[in-house]
Design a protein around this ligand. Sequence first.
Ligand code: DCP
Ligand code: MG
Length: 242
Amino acid sequence: SLTISKGAVEFKNVSFHYPESDVPVLRDLSFSVQPGETLAILGSTGSGKTSLFQLVPRLYDVTEGEVLVDGKNVMNYPIEKLRKGIGVVPQEAVLFTGSITENIGWGKEDATSDEIISAAVDAQIHETVEKLPNQYDTRVGQRGVNLSGGQKQRLSIARALVRKPKILMLDDSTSALDLKTEGKLLKALRTYSCTTFIITQKISTAMEADHILLLDDGTVEAWGTHEELLNTSPLYVKIVQS
Ligand code: DCP
Ligand code: MG
């Protein structure tokens, strides 16, 4: 049956409102991302970035239009196959009471210790884990050690990476990282060759992407590379200068 093989993503005239409201949150979005490309999504708070993300793994379904993965409507995939190929790192990192290993391996119980460590190295959290009292066996969450926001974000990224997703979606997941750590993370991500959606507030991150999508009030305000947007989008220029 259907599984994600390459990781191409296309939005075709997508509009969306939440089930409990009839206010449109996304209006007529169309764009496509090729396998292995990185798309940076920018936009002010409430512009619809997280909402857009949720439509790919079908946390919500589009109201109008289509989301296609590898040319096929996401509605046609068995949902567990679809979600297996997509690593979503939510805006708020969710850790549960358990060891570091359990938190990284969550959802992939057959992950080997080497795979866990390798994901942690790439997510730039391995060195921090090594310094904890019981390294990978250290308990986190309630009554465990306290981790900083940025450390939680990186654990959450490691959890997505250990599944070797074809599509990786980072919802502002690097906001608490310093530029140097973020740079190393983005470099490591490239070795996964997955299609990457990265919601970010940082122009430095957007500049590295193959495409930038600037959302404004649920519509595509601008689409292109950093250089293209500097020439075509006054809103983008404003963000760069701020
Ligand atoms: N919204 C809603 N119901 C939800 C979630 C959001 O009605 N369960 C609304 C609030 C906003 C709009 O949808 O008006 C877009 O919200 P997003 O969370 O998609 O916005 P962003 O992710 O862009 O905002 P932020 O940068 O704050 O995360
Ligand atoms: Mg959001």
